[in-house]
Design a protein around this ligand. Structure first.
Ligand SMILES: Cc1cc2nc3c(=O)[nH]c(=O)nc-3n(C[C@H](O)[C@H](O)[C@H](O)COP(=O)(O)OP(=O)(O)OC[C@H]3O[C@@H](n4cnc5c(N)ncnc54)[C@H](O)[C@@H]3O)c2cc1C
Length: 296
């Protein structure tokens, strides 16, 4: 039996694993796809302290090597079910395991437009997060796709850096707070294109151009897709309270279940970044360590 099973091998899960392993708890991490999680698909990270500039793959490899050097087991298995109890059962596509505690660190996924060429160009002009990648487009032309608060906030952020920002929205009225709309409309370098969808993405090695369904062609260096994120929380949707957008509600990474903890992007919070994910990993693991101490 494990002291702690960590579900998800992204920055939050690996950090939690490092903390639990160093506290001598019997720990295992299950990751269904890629160790490193979302960051493994980023070409360049420049906002994680300690690394002036590092590729996401290299950072993910560093996470893995550090975990391995501590003897933390990381298995490529998908967790299919959690059966909660004093001893929790975790069912994966390879077997069944028992654990006194669980840390859910299953992350979230940015929504895509669903166009050919889109996933190939992620990190090569297509991006999601302006505070992560906005600085790479200083002085350039970019498009932001979406019309709710996050899209408008991203367009505002980029308008302070870029030569030209197009905000492309499928509706005829932005769905954001009025104050954000007023700020955006006051920007000289922003053009809002209503009633339009991206029809085609052009570029081989990097993004060159997009074609809209009104047949307008925009030559741009970057495109920020801001149409929302989906929390990866289906494992716990019958078990833990979730926010309207399906993120796990928690108090400092503790949940309503006293031996299930939560960390990273799958948790309801304001900022979803590497720094906040690793912070959550440390907090959740510290909660686990305390729980194990108090329930020997
Ligand atoms: C392209 C891109 C670039 C980014 N750039 C930056 C940046 O420059 N700076 C920055 O601070 N942030 C950046 N981010 C955001 C950052 O990567 C995330 O905030 C961070 O990875 C969240 O960590 P996490 O561990 O909570 O979740 P994730 O990274 O989403 O990891 C969760 C992991 O859980 C696994 N998982 C899910 N369900 C299961 C299951 N049932 N069984 C087993 N495993 C499961 C997933 O496969 C995934 O690997 C970027 C994100 C993207 C997509």
């Amino acid at each position: 039996m494990y002291d702690c099973i960590i579900i998800g091998g992204g920055p939050a899960g690996i950090t939690a694993g490092i903390y639990c392993q160093r506290a001598n708890l019997k720990t295992i991490v299950f990751e269904k796809e890629t160790v490193g999680g979302q960051i493994a698909s980023s070409p360049l990270v420049e906002n994680f302290p300690g690394f002036k500039s590092i590729s996401g793959v290299e950072l993910a490899n560093n996470f893995y090597e550090q975990a391995e050097s501590l003897g933390l087991p990381i298995e490529i298995e998908e967790v299919l079910e959690i059966i909660p109890g004093k001893i929790n059962k975790v069912v994966t596509d390879m077997g069944e395991y028992e654990a006194k505690t669980i840390i859910l660190a299953t992350g979230a996924k940015y929504r895509l437009l669903g166009l050919p060429n889109e996933t190939n160009l992620i990190g090569k002009g297509i991006s999601f997060c302006t505070s992560c990648d906005g600085a790479f487009y200083k002085g350039k032309d970019v498009a932001v796709i979406g019309g709710a608060n996050s899209a408008v906030t991203n367009a505002l952020y980029m308008s302070n850096l870029c030569n030209k920002v197009y905000l492309i929205y499928r509706g005829d009225k932005l769905k954001c707070e009025e104050v954000l709309k007023d700020k955006l409309e006051a920007k000289d370098n922003v053009e809002i294109i209503y009633n339009a969808n991206v029809k085609k993405i052009i570029g081989e090695e990097e993004l060159e151009k997009i074609i809209l369904d009104n047949n307008r062609e925009l030559t741009i260096n970057g495109m920020f897709i801001s149409i929302g994120m989906d929390a990866e929380t289906k494992l716990v949707k019958e078990m833990l309270p979730l926010s309207e957008k399906s993120y796990v509600l928690s108090d400092d990474c503790t949940t309503t279940n006293n031996n299930i903890f939560v960390a990273g992007d799958c948790r309801e919070k304001k900022v979803r970044q590497l720094t906040t994910a690793v912070s959550d990993g440390a907090v959740a693991a510290t909660n686990v360590i305390k729980y194990i101490e108090n329930n020997q």
